[in-house]
Design a protein around this ligand. Sequence first.
Ligand code: NAG
Ligand code: NAG
Ligand code: NAG
Ligand code: NAG
Length: 600
Amino acid sequence: MANKLRFDGKVVVITGAGAGLGKAYALLFASRGAKVVINDLGGGRHGDGSNTKVADTVVSEIKQSGGEAVANYDNVLEGEKIVQTAINTYGRIDILVNNAGILRDKTFARMSESDWDVIHNVHVKGSMKTTQAAWPYFRKQKYGKIIFTSSNSGLYGNFGQANYSSAKMALIGLANTLAIEGQSSGIYTNVIVPTAGSRLTEDIVPPDFFNELKPELIAPIVLWLCHEDCSENGSIIESALGWAGKCHLIRSNGCILRSNKNELINPEAVQDNWGKIIDMTNAKHYESIVDVSGELMNVIESFSNKKQYDHVIKDTYSNRDVILYALSVGATVENSCDYPYLYENHENFSVLPTFYIIYGAWGAISSNMLTNSLPNRQINLAGVVHGEQYFKVLKNIPTEATVETRFHIQATLDKGKNAMIIIKHETFDTNNGDKITEGQLVGVVIGAGGFGGPKNSQYEIPIVPLPKRKPDISITQSTSYDQAALYRLGSHDFNPLHIDPNISQMGGYEKPILHGLCSLGFSTRHVLNTFADGDSQLFDSMKVRFSKPVTPGNTLRTDMWREGNRIHFETVILETGIQVITGAYIDLKEVKYRLPNSRL
Ligand SMILES: *[C@@H]1O[C@H](CO)[C@@H](O)[C@H](O)[C@H]1NC(C)=O
Ligand SMILES: *[C@@H]1O[C@H](CO)[C@@H](O)[C@H](O)[C@H]1NC(C)=O
Ligand SMILES: *[C@@H]1O[C@H](CO)[C@@H](O)[C@H](O)[C@H]1NC(C)=O
Ligand SMILES: *[C@@H]1O[C@H](CO)[C@@H](O)[C@H](O)[C@H]1NC(C)=O
């Protein structure tokens, strides 16, 4: 819709409006109903000479088109005179576009102090003076729009422009603070970073390119930033050739270089951690100095909160590990829902969420958390079964990461015949400190009850009974004879119970049994494939009980019931009808059907 953004009744002051960008702004503002003060000294691009004709020409061009404009010939260092022209002529000022600038390029080695001063005077002090003159009017009327003009030679540096680059960056700092100080007065301050063909760039860029860098392509961006409907504030907007984008500073996640408040750091610690300090993978933009300080406070807090964990394990995994895991819990390229777990170049390559459950069992087995958990007695791992498992995903699971899992023994319960150890496990991305998943593993030590410990704990997470009706849907899939052998590799759970017949016999099993978490991986896929269209990101949490072991080669049937976003399920050995996972549920963030015309 043409000409919708109007500036009727608004008064705009534009410095350096005699040509180039300033002129393009002026013509566009005037054509949209604004009254425009055309400031221009009429100097050359080096800031030499003056000539009232430049400003006058623009004014008459505007008037000829039926617009309103007035000329001003003052130096921006006398910004109050420029603003006064607006007040005297139109009685107000609403918008100030600080655009005037000059260039004097030389290498830093040859730059004189006066070269520095003249540039800083025009760009920084001139913008400051003009803005300061407009500021009280803006505050009084509780409305004002300010534009500063920066440059990508400031943002990125440019050979021979030491004075200019520094001045242009100074304006960004000025705008950052004015955006905050103007907050309570409805004053919006933004920075434009134009690349345009103008007096400043005339013989700096090649002629063909110069002709493409039309100031008219930048003016609409400035107009929008100055319109009352635009709430942008404190932003840096780059624009050229009909393109515009926002630019801001980002900071790496960094790295803490000492482990407690009383420690100092040495230069070698900096050297050793340099890679982490400058790793921009999770770099962030901070909206305010308050956010940055808040994060620094966390550094101190991390020292005082240093909690003693019962066990910690670290792991770095890559595509290969998550694919191997998926294979080890029965994912197959034959199933389109499983395929994204198996191919790293798949558009939706993702990690089966239960990949993170393995850290629970891994930590429990690789430590003495279980074997030393009971008073006055050493426990043999072959006598411990994985009784229950709770698991929740808190952040999208990265396809590769270095993670740390922290373990905390929450309770050691005396259940009469058996003992029950409740272990919480939380897994963090060490790169950004995000907690990705948390879970709770319940180990049951057969025949080890009666030691006089507590019977119950607030930490116990109950399983829930299944709906009474027949399953809404069932999925059947065979395990292979080598399923446990494969799962050991996929999960790092090298408990010999699952591979060594002598050990499994000691545990009372005829043959090595399949890991409970392996069967759980099968059923989790069945639920996700049925109720989440294979979208692993819809997984929220689960709780299950492992009732009986599975022997590799058994066929698993997952019976499922939907109740809202909760999918109850039970896993049964098809050949024998024995229930192996009971009272189980998976909570999804959302249910997405795959089955056509499903009644579910
Ligand atoms: C900026 O410094 C250069 C030397 O690096 C100098 O040639 C140039 O004149 C200065 N620009 C201005 C506008 O003073
Ligand atoms: C302007 O931006 C600053 C910083 O981004 C913000 O604190 C302030 O609320 C904004 N002011 C207005 C009027 O939106
Ligand atoms: C990836 O997921 C999106 C969203 O679910 C889907 O539209 C797209 O078809 C998937 N891509 C492939 C190759 O399956
Ligand atoms: C199991 O025990 C028998 C008898 O002690 C021994 O010969 C055999 O090598 C053992 N098997 C394994 C896999 O360790």
